[in-house]
Design a protein. Structure first.
Length: 332
């Protein structure tokens, strides 16, 4: 555990140190998120927190990670850098959603080309297709989750924490250091991003977090259990962003809106805030849901086929009920 702890702490310290500098740079460059009717914040807030997350993650790995193992994830570094650059450009100048989507597929292709892919099917073409859909889906899900102070970084930190636990349990050094660096970077950034946020991560950070979490989920293996069961583990760990994205797509399609290009206060967090009357409570509930989903995933790592699919079915039923219940809450 010592390498994981060192990398986690170094990423945390780096993110905590670089985030204020990123905020100053954002103000100087004019990369600011201005208040608007559909947004939660009421003051102009710098947007380059994602740069601090990216730099903390990269430098912690290259300073303290084993160079032999780190060289094996060149595809992850390349793809993560690509989506971060896309996010930075979108924060700075604005990009068409279709250009962003095409760039995300290219970044996902970098994983496939370096043989980081889902392997649950005997057909390579199906594994490749599932990999592309998974990576692009989770990348956008984390981007959509970035709608309240601390929400996306907190959900990413919880997911990275569970991935780190699973990697430590199965002695997967490579996955462990990736998860540890991501966890540290998120926690270091959260000091400045919790309500009331002093800086936002922007698309630079949210796209990066989603991409790395998706890649780590693919790399994770459970040698003591069947892949027929454990394929569900990353899906469960990331159940909250998956649920939120599904809710938004269904809600917008039902109202005749384009899910990709239509912004709105129709996310899980917005609906919970409407019920509780507090954005902080809404974010904390999302954190609790993320923790509960991670605990269910922890059980599935050691479960039999019957037990694993029983838990999976229960979570699916709860998700369907949640979609029905959340859709009844009006959106503004």
């Amino acid at each position: 555990m010592t390498p994981y702890i060192l990398i986690l702490l170094s990423a945390l310290i780096l993110a905590g140190s670089v985030t204020p500098l990123a905020g100053r740079a954002a103000r100087r460059l004019g990369i600011i998120d201005l208040p608007a009717a559909r947004k939660q914040h009421r003051i102009a807030t710098p947007l380059l927190g994602g740069v601090a997350i990216y730099l903390a993650f990269i430098f912690a790995l290259f300073l303290l990670g084993n160079r032999f193992y780190i060289s094996q994830v060149a595809g992850i570094f390349l793809g993560a850098t690509m989506v971060s650059f896309l996010g930075f450009w979108d924060d700075r100048r604005g990009l068409s959603p279709w250009i962003k989507l095409a760039g995300q597929f290219l970044a996902a292709g970098a994983l496939v080309l370096t043989d980081v892919r889902i392997g649950i099917s005997p057909w390579p073409w199906l594994n490749t297709g599932c990999t592309l859909i998974w990576v692009v889906g989770i990348t956008n899900a984390m981007n959509l989750m970035d709608n309240m102070d601390g929400l996306s970084a907190g959900i990413a930190a919880i997911a990275a924490g569970f991935f780190l636990l699973f990697a430590a349990m199965s002695n997967q050094y490579l996955v462990g250091v990736l998860a540890a660096a991501l966890l540290g970077a998120c926690v270091g950034f959260l000091f400045y991003n919790l309500n009331p946020a002093r800086i936002f991560m922007g698309d630079t950070g949210s796209l990066f977090l989603g991409y790395v979490l998706a890649a780590v989920g693919i790399k994770l293996r459970f040698p003591d259990n069947s892949a027929f069961v454990t394929w569900m583990v990353p899906v469960m760990v990331l159940a909250v962003p998956i649920f939120d994205t599904t809710l938004v797509i269904i809600s917008r399609l039902r109202r005749g809106l384009n899910p990709l290009t239509t912004p709105g206060r129709d996310h899980l967090s917005h609906r919970l805030a409407r019920v509780t009357g507090s954005t902080r409570e809404a974010v904390l509930i999302c954190f609790l849901l993320g923790g509960g989903a991670g605990m269910a995933a922890t059980f599935v790592t050691q479960a039999s086929i019957v037990e694993g699919y029983g838990v999976g079915a229960a979570m699916l039923a709860a998700g369907i009920y949640g979609l029905w219940r959340m859709e009844k809450i009006p959106v503004s």
